[in-house]
Design a protein around this ligand. Structure first.
Ligand code: NAD
Length: 421
């Protein structure tokens, strides 16, 4: 029987015993991978007995790959993700200010995983710095292949930098570079196609899950032709492709201009009552404050790569931190998907048993949902809720919870398995 997941007529077909490639990852990757797989295997067994099972297949990237094969991202690894469609990974180290480019970014670009989905929900009992964490139910859709992450940068002092600067100054008439001789440059490509496919995925997700709104987060007041264009293309797409199911703030503005505030308010209320997804927008800096003060006003968040990176960590901190925040990188057309812990390699705690495996476990739960194995996913969510309610946590949360029981990475995974009822 085949062990390969496939896309057939635009739909995912998952065999009962699929092979899932996984990258252990650097730093705490080794600590969290085994325990996470144990939790997922237990949930799948609980839900389906022996009729379904994941066949884990290790593939290499990062330090481990370098030791095994002499390269940080071997071709076999990329081939395995392409062959089996769905995979999962631990964190991979990226040097700052030089050295190799991010392997995470490379994987996203090679497989064109254009959406990074990060659901942000609160588990009862988990310490939070905000007053109403139970009101947090946000779903970040971060564009994953464009923006400054394209890696088009020219370091000051290098020949290409000089060429680029001369082009800007001589050909394009740019006279606003404050210190031209000592400037490095980075390029920010934002395309119509890229913006549209991201926003399309965000709106479809909101409709499918009956979520109330999509907020387009952008800094279009300053970056008019990149982030501003993203906002406009997103609104255009919502109105063109989802006219029946959405109501946009741009339409609201039109009504306000033509008929006045009262009619606009009425139209908005009617749209909400009829279950339409409200598509709105917010400037990034304001959003960072807004999401802290009024998290209940935001549901799905559609944004570009860099904004999405910043927003993800802030929202994660609101519900217990990056140690329990999951993520997935998906191409909804090809079906390719890599699920991953959102945190980094945490070298300061690697090998100490302090790492929280929650982020990787919940990423694997997203993977189960993507595969349609939702009963197994529910077992993990429920069990995790029970463990947090019993105040049993790893060291990242223990420090903030009075009277909590401190568990190691492995013990936390065992506690989840024990609480699968
Ligand atoms: P980090 O996420 O590794 O660590 C930030 C802080 O959070 C540290 O104090 C760490 O101990 C803590 N932390 C992180 N994960 C935790 C967990 N599961 N349980 C408990 N505490 C946890 O971020 P960083 O220090 O900025 O980055 C370290 C390396 O990781 C860098 O090389 C960076 O490029 C890489 N990184 C990789 C990814 C990825 O693979 N997707 C994401 C972010 C950073």
């Amino acid at each position: 029987m085949t062990k390969k997941t496939k896309i057939v007529n635009g739909k995912l077909e998952v065999p009962n015993k699929p092979t899932i490639p996984f990258i252990e990852g650097d730093g705490i990757g080794k600590d969290i991978t085994g325990p996470s797989q144990r939790v997922i295997d237990a949930a799948v067994f609980k839900a389906y007995g022996n009729s379904k099972k994941i066949e884990w297949k290790e593939v290499f990237a990062g330090e481990k790959a370098f030791h095994e094969t002499g390269t940080y991202l071997p071709d076999e690894t990329v081939k395995a993700f392409k062959e089996y469609l769905i995979g999962i990974k631990g964190p991979l180290q990226t040097p700052v200010g030089g050295g190799m480019r991010s392997l995470n970014v490379a994987l996203r670009q090679i497989l064109d995983l254009y959406v990074c989905v990060r659901p942000v929900r609160w588990f009862k009992g988990v310490p939070s710095p905000i007053r109403y964490p139970s009101m947090v139910d946000m779903h970040i859709f971060r564009e994953n292949t464009e923006d400054i992450y394209a890696g088009i940068e020219y370091m000051v002092g290098e020949e290409k930098n000089k060429k680029f600067r001369e082009f800007l100054v001589n050909e394009m008439g740019v006279d606003k570079i404050r210190f031209p001789e000592s400037s490095s440059f980075g390029i920010k490509p934002i395309s119509k196609e890229g913006s549209e496919r991201l926003t399309r995925a965000a709106i479809k997700y909101a409709i499918k899950r009956e979520l109330p709104s999509v907020t387009i987060v952008h800094k279009g007041n300053i970056m008019k032709f990149t982030e501003g264009a993203f906002k406009n293309w997103s609104y255009d797409l919502a109105e063109k492709e989802f006219g029946e199911q959405t109501f946009t703030w741009r339409q609201l503005e039109e009504i306000k201009k033509d008929k006045g505030q009262l009619d606009a308010d009425k139209a908005l209320e009617e749209a909400k009552k009829s279950g339409k997804v409200i598509v709105k927008d917010c400037i990034t800096d304001a959003f960072l404050q807004e999401s802290l003060l009024h998290p209940w006003d935001h549901s799905v968040i559609a944004t570009m790569n860099l904004n999405g990176d910043y927003v993800s960590d802030q929202l994660a901190a609101m519900v217990g931190g990056i140690g329990i925040s999951p993520g997935a990188n998906i191409n909804y057309k090809s079906g390719y998907a890599i699920f991953e812990a959102t945190h980094g390699t945490a070298p300061n705690i690697a090998g100490t048993g302090k790492a929280n495996p929650g982020s990787l476990i919940l990423s694997a739960v997203m993977m189960l949902e993507y595969m349609g194995w939702t009963d197994a996913a529910e077992y993990v969510y429920d069990a995790m809720e029970h463990v947090f309610a019993k105040r049993k946590v790893t060291s990242d949360l223990h420090a903030q919870m009075e009277g909590a029981t401190l568990l190691t990475t492995s013990e936390f995974a065992d506690a989840i398995i024990k609480n699968m009822h």
